[in-house]
Design a protein around this ligand. Structure first.
Ligand code: AGP
Length: 601
């Protein structure tokens, strides 16, 4: 996830672009850059660097920049490390561009356009500027060149493009990445997100996928994918700057819950190709040499690890263990060069996970990091690193990072199974692609989950139960509820209830049960009856077609592959926690005593 901006108007574009990039910095903050048209020579000058927008501002402040047209970018790296060279804008010939998204077929394009020897960066985006240059030379028209480029590129993109030959023109296009366009009396501006536009206008246009627009100082012209001029309806944004940074949502947590269909899609992008999993980051690992696998993480990432471990163990029949990092590092684990250790961390900075990773490296294990932050310490310490594409997660309670971890860990499990010669579940592979749509439908049912949250309003305790993979889901559900709403929540393996926890059940106790795994669902449902008999108020999440009787609140999840149910059930459990916290007036984004990144032991 990156932030882009394009402006053409009357103001000094340097300030316009830098101010907008600061507002977009939450979308990515490892590098930043701008390209501005020199008013006299018409040359497009590029200023860019690895680092924050403030570093870029310092560079620009030392230059005399006079221009009223330009583009800017703040980067959240996905392809290629955090370097000046990989920072945007990218320039080739007369064309300069910024890109947000992932070009899935960039390798194929490098071959088709003979770019192997001439690329300056490791990014997928640079391929697009070379293609633009190629077609611009033929068409002599930026929009026409762009029209040809978008027929060839696959994946997600929002693009802002300038050319030295059209001094006050910015051409834009998008597919599966956001782009909003605004008009003021004397300027046209396009950006990844509304906050960057609000300083200028509340009147905006939303581009649909494969549409393009040509922005000039005094006009905007829209085109469909065939280059036919179209009209777009203007929308007036009904909220202010502060609300806009949360995309109109009241909190970052709710915004991030709602981003899940998109970020799951981004995490899957380019990873499944004709019934095989593409994880080039792991191509040098010999998976046949391992006799044991460890998943190591903390908190929510540990819960994702439990799911990943279970899927890997079933697929490979290798012994797989999952441990909390703070235990792993002090428990003298039996690990050596035949052990594969997978470390999961959203921030990539968690002290316990990092220490555990260093220990595994010292012991000669093969180490893989699954993280969300490019360039983070864990990503650098691990021998191999894969990134979730969740984008910056601001709320302390992890939501979108968790579901993208589940998705990436599933891909890793299938990849390892394939490389070891085990049979890979192709049905599971196909169903992964449907997850964004299912997640989106679950989010549409928010009102139902908000209603469930009302049950918890005055409760001190809540118990979560599940078996098998559902146990990991209820652990995560309980963690989410306690961390944001301060309701005491515990998760139990449903079969363990009768060995002690059932003593806690009394009339009015809320029990949230998850029964999505076909081989044990009926057993969990019997355990629910035992709690109902003792007066519990039960909320059950099970799958369509599962027989249940005597439970008042049942939510039926779509009957997809059981190994993917942890992604689905995460959504209602996040929304129950969120709404309970809201009803109780808690500070949802910054729960008491907690920090987003735990860099102390
Ligand atoms: C989850 O909502 C948390 N706030 C917390 O448990 C978190 O998952 C844990 O601290 C691990 O963080 P990491 O993924 O950045 O390593």
């Amino acid at each position: 996830m990156c932030g882009i901006i394009g402006y053409t108007g009357s103001e000094n574009v340097k300030d316009v672009l830098l101010d907008a990039l600061e507002l977009l910095e939450y979308r990515g903050y490892d590098s930043a850059g701008i390209a501005v048209k020199d008013e006299t020579s018409h040359v497009t000058n590029v200023y860019k660097c690895a680092g924050r927008v403030s570093d870029l501002r310092a560079i620009c402040d030392s230059k005399k920049i006079l221009s009223a047209c330009g583009i800017g970018h703040t980067r959240w790296a996905t392809h290629g490390g955090v370097t000046d060279q990989n920072a945007h804008p990218h320039q080739q010939g007369k064309v300069t561009l910024v890109h947000n998204g992932i070009i899935e077929n960039y390798r194929e394009l490098i071959a088709d356009y003979d770019l192997q020897e001439i690329l300056h960066s490791e990014t997928d985006s640079e391929v697009v500027v070379h293609m633009m240059d190629y077609y611009y030379k033929k068409e002599k028209n930026l929009q026409k060149a762009l029209e040809r480029v978008i027929t060839r590129i696959e994946g997600s993109y929002a693009l802002c493009i300038v050319s030295t030959e059209h001094p006050d023109e910015v051409v834009v296009a998008k597919k599966a990445s956001p782009l909003v366009i605004g008009r003021t009396e004397d300027a046209s501006v396009a950006a990844s997100d509304i906050p960057a536009l609000l300083a200028y206008t509340k009147d905006v246009y939303f581009l649909d996928d494969l549409e393009m627009a040509v922005l000039k100082k005094d006009s905007i012209t829209f085109y469909n994918k065939d280059g036919k001029e179209i009209t777009k309806e203007m929308t007036t944004i009904p909220y202010d700057m502060e609300a806009a940074q949360k995309n109109g949502f009241d909190t970052y947590m709710l915004k991030e819950i709602n981003e899940q269909p998109h970020v799951i899609q981004e995490t899957l992008r380019g990873r499944i190709f004709e019934h095989s999993i593409v994880l080039d980051e792991l191509k040098d690992v010999d998976f046949n040499k391992f006799n044991k696998v460890y998943y190591v993480a903390c908190g929510t990432a540990y819960h994702a690890g439990l799911c990943g471990a279970s899927i890997l163990e079933r697929a490979t029949r290798l012994p797989v263990l999952t441990q909390v990092a703070s235990e792993f590092r002090y428990n003298d684990p039996i690990i050596d060069e035949k052990t594969l250790c997978i470390f999961v961390s959203q921030s990539g900075e968690t002290a316990d996970t990092l220490a555990a990773l260093k220990l595994a490296n010292e012991k000669g294990c093969t180490t893989i990091a699954v993280t969300n932050v490019l360039g983070s310490t864990i990503s650098r310490e691990a021998q191999h690193t894969l990134y979730t594409c969740a984008g910056p997660e601001i709320a302390v309670a992890s939501t979108k990072a968790y579901t993208t971890q589940l998705v990436l860990l599933t891909l890793i499990a299938l990849y390892i199974a394939d490389k070891r010669g085990d049979t890979v579940d192709t049905d599971l592979m196909e169903q992964l692609n449907n997850l964004p749509e299912y997640v989106s439908k679950l989010i549409d049912d928010e009102a139902i989950f908000e209603n469930y949250a009302k049950t918890l309003k005055d409760k001190h305790d809540c118990y979560f139960i599940g078996r098998s993979l559902d146990y990991a889901s209820v652990l995560e559900g309980a963690l989410k509820l306690k961390e944001v709403s301060y309701v005491h929540a515990d998760a139990y393996i449903a079969g363990e209830l009768k060995h002690g926890p059932i003593a806690l059940i009394e009339p009015g106790t809320v029990v949230i049960a998850v029964a999505t795994q076909p081989h044990v669902a009926a057993k969990t449902i019997s355990n629910i009856q035992e709690t109902i008999a003792r007066g519990a108020e039960v909320i059950l999440f099970t799958v369509e077609g599962q027989e249940v009787s005597g439970v008042e609140n049942i939510y039926y999840l779509p009957n997809i592959n059981p190994l993917l149910q942890s992604v689905l059930v995460a959504i209602p459990l996040q929304l129950i926690a969120y709404h309970t916290a809201c009803i109780k007036g808690c500070d949802v984004d910054k729960p008491r005593n907690l920090a987003k990144s735990v860099t102390v032991e």
